[in-house]
Design a protein around this ligand. Structure first.
Ligand code: DX5
Ligand code: ZN
Length: 218
């Protein structure tokens, strides 16, 4: 069954702990933490908040690093307790080295590509990845519209994954809601990141409705 990873970017930061617990009680599998540096993406968010979250979250943390030169921070985020560390190859000249760094820290490694980045970036690295993240919006902000062409990219990425590393999980991020979730699940997504679709309104109800939406899609 596909997993749900609520993105706390859309949560109410004044009640962050409470909202993470609500996600856990509603049956979400991961907590997605969007780290933004104001350079790779225009927005700034989170940072080592991961450390505080780790102390209270019953769910593993899925840290999505939207930062330039991720190599400079891998050790810090590993120490902070991230379960998955996902970087962007567009943000570093040394994607292979970053991946090895993550693995050396004993953390599960993910790589994310923007909508305009060729999927071929995955070819040399897929064998070592635990997670392949397909951005379905341009990163930086929550609440954006799912980019239609993403479904075809997901179909191709799934073929690459099945061929090169069937163990690697496929994650989608951006514009995932009750309408797009069944489509991405039908195209092979294993982990659905959802921000506004989870936190706008009642968190528990939203997670239940999201799960229901794709119950018959896979
Ligand atoms: C976008 C982030 C996403 C974002 C998703 O840069 O990587 O994780 O929070 O938000 P929604 O689900 O609202 O599109
Ligand atoms: Zn994200």
């Amino acid at each position: 069954m596909p997993q749900i990873a609520p993105s706390i970017l859309a949560s109410d930061f004044t009640r962050l702990g409470e909202q993470v617990l609500a996600c856990a009680e509603a049956g979400a599998e991961l907590i997605h933490v969007d780290v933004m540096d104001g350079r790779f993406v225009p927005n700034i968010s989170m940072g080592l908040v991961v450390e505080a979250l780790r102390r209270m979250s019953p769910l593993p943390l899925d840290a999505h690093l939207m930062i330039v030169e991720p190599e400079r921070y891998i050790a810090d985020f590993a120490k902070a307790g991230a379960h998955y560390l996902t970087f962007h190859p567009e943000a570093t000249p040394h994607a292979h080295r970053v991946l090895q760094q993550i693995k050396e820290q004993g953390v599960r490694a993910g790589m994310a590509v923007n909508p305009g980045t060729p999927l071929e970036y995955f070819v040399p690295l897929l064998g070592d990845l635990d997670l392949a993240l397909l951005m379905t919006v341009n990163p930086g902000f929550g609440g954006q519209k799912f980019i239609e062409g993403s479904l075809e990219r997901l179909r191709v990425l799934k073929q690459m994954r099945d061929q090169l590393n069937p163990e690697c999980l496929l994650e989608v991020d951006g514009g995932i809601n009750r309408h797009t979730a069944p489509q991405v699940v039908a195209h092979g997504a294993d982990i659905l990141v959802a921000g506004s679709a989870v936190f706008d309104g009642n968190t528990r109800e939203n997670i239940a409705l999201l799960r229901e939406s794709y119950a018959f899609a896979s």
